[in-house]
Design a protein around this ligand. Structure first.
Ligand SMILES: Cc1ncc(COP(=O)(O)O)c(C=O)c1O
Length: 387
């Protein structure tokens, strides 16, 4: 190990530390539920759904099995299907686009801002065709997109807006929370998310009661509210939130704001230390409250830099190495290059950031990163900007 290696490796995240924080508060409920025998639905699920809707500033939350199902259910409940196109940004987790395909519609890929890496009103409008009916806006990395501009552009074109807020629990645009803008919003509570369960979980959030009812029915084998167990109004799916996950999520929700504040502090420290270096930072819009699900930068020779960091005991991530329109099962929906998403995919590097990270660990990551960059051969630049 080099002189700059931290005494202990720095992990990308630390989920066990978050569970340890909440365990004393949920232990009794968790045990009572385990021994009580009510595992699917029930009061623990309703309690979390109500708390989550209120947190987002929406009227309804429907707990489902994961964020991918949340997207598919929302699209189906909105009536998207064969013949319809739904715009998605090219640089997102594949689930955003895969959900569109699974709902029977076609994804239409939009490029993103070179500064924020988010879909903008301009990139949205550029992707519209006569068959486009909706757009999924992804608040990637934890930064809420320009919802005022996107809603205006979508509204002019008659498109329905769905938020993919899987990475942006508690994020805001102009003081309003992620999940409160679109016709419907979809959350993932995958364990690594800012609000994560102890397994897979997700939610659909909306202020439209009809949509909430339809999503709930579709996620429960097509049973409408009040229907008998074997009465089915739709061909639905089985995608429900488990009671034990709801208990864990209720426990974690009590910590979400303080964990988010810590994420923001750590990101500020990274930003101060990396400003003026060869590392390109992702811009944050003045009206956005970025909740830093990921702290993602762009560097030249990313894979080599990443290997150097690994040698120094620093775990990093790449979100995402291949944009969706270039993924083999989705290429048939692509109709041209998307230069910003493609260039960024080669350069993006996610640095460790988690609520229990120390300031000293941020300093060590920055030192190691600068050391790694100095080892790189000269003449490589990161696309698109100020270096
Ligand atoms: C942007 C985005 N959309 C959708 C998903 C899908 O969520 P899940 O893994 O809970 O299915 C994820 C997370 O994995 C995500 O990051």
């Amino acid at each position: 190990m080099s002189e700059l290696s931290p005494a202990a490796p720095i992990p990308f995240t630390d989920l066990a530390a978050m569970t340890a924080d909440i365990w004393p508060a949920i232990e009794a409920d968790y045990l009572a539920c385990t021994l009580g025998g009510r595992y699917i639905g029930g009061p623990a699920v309703t309690r979390f759904e109500e708390a989550w809707a209120a947190y987002c500033g929406a009227d309804h939350a429907v707990g489902v099995a994961n964020g991918t199902d949340a997207l598919e259910l929302a699209l189906t409940a909105l009536g998207m299907g064969p013949g319809d196109e739904v715009i998605v940004p090219a640089n997102t987790f594949i689930a955003t686009a895969a959900a569109v395909v699974r709902a029977g519609a076609a994804p239409r890929f939009a490029d993103v801002s070179d500064e924020t890496l988010l879909m903008t009103p301009d990139t949205l409008v550029a992707a519209i065709t006569p068959r486009t009916r909706a757009a999924i806006v992804v608040h990637l990395f934890g930064q809420v997109a320009d919802m005022a501009g996107l809603l205006a552009a979508a509204g002019q074109a008659g498109l329905t807006v769905i938020e993919d807020a899987a990475q942006a629990h508690g994020g805001e645009w102009d003081g309003r929370r992620a999940g409160s803008f679109g016709e419907v919003a979809c959350f993932s509570f995958y364990p690594g998310k800012n609000l994560g369960a102890l397994g897979d979980a997700g939610a659909v959030v909306t202020s439209r009661p009809d949509l909430a009812d339809r999503v709930r029915a579709l996620a429960n084998h097509g049973r409408s509210h009040g229907a008998a167990h074997y009465e089915h109004d739709y061909v639905g799916m089985n995608s429900r939130l488990d009671a034990l996950q709801a208990i864990a999520l209720t426990g974690k929700l009590a910590h979400l704001d303080s964990w988010t504040r810590r994420r923001i502090e750590l990101a500020r420290r990274y930003t101060e230390l990396l400003t003026g270096t060869d590392v390109r930072l992702t811009a944050v819009a003045a009206l956005a409250r970025h909740v830093y699900h990921l702290f993602t930068v762009r560097v030249p020779l990313r894979d080599e830099v990443r290997l150097e960091l690994a040698h120094r005991g620093i775990e990093t991530g790449v979100h995402y190495p291949v944009p969706c329109h270039l993924q083999p099962p989705l290429r048939r929906f692509a109709d041209g290059p998307l230069p910003v998403a493609e260039q960024a995919a080669a350069e993006l590097l996610s640095l460790p950031l988690f609520p229990h990270m120390t300031d000293g660990q941020v300093d060590l990551v920055c030192e190691a990163l600068s050391d790694a960059l100095q080892l790189m051969p000269v003449g490589h630049e990161v696309g698109g900007g100020q270096w």
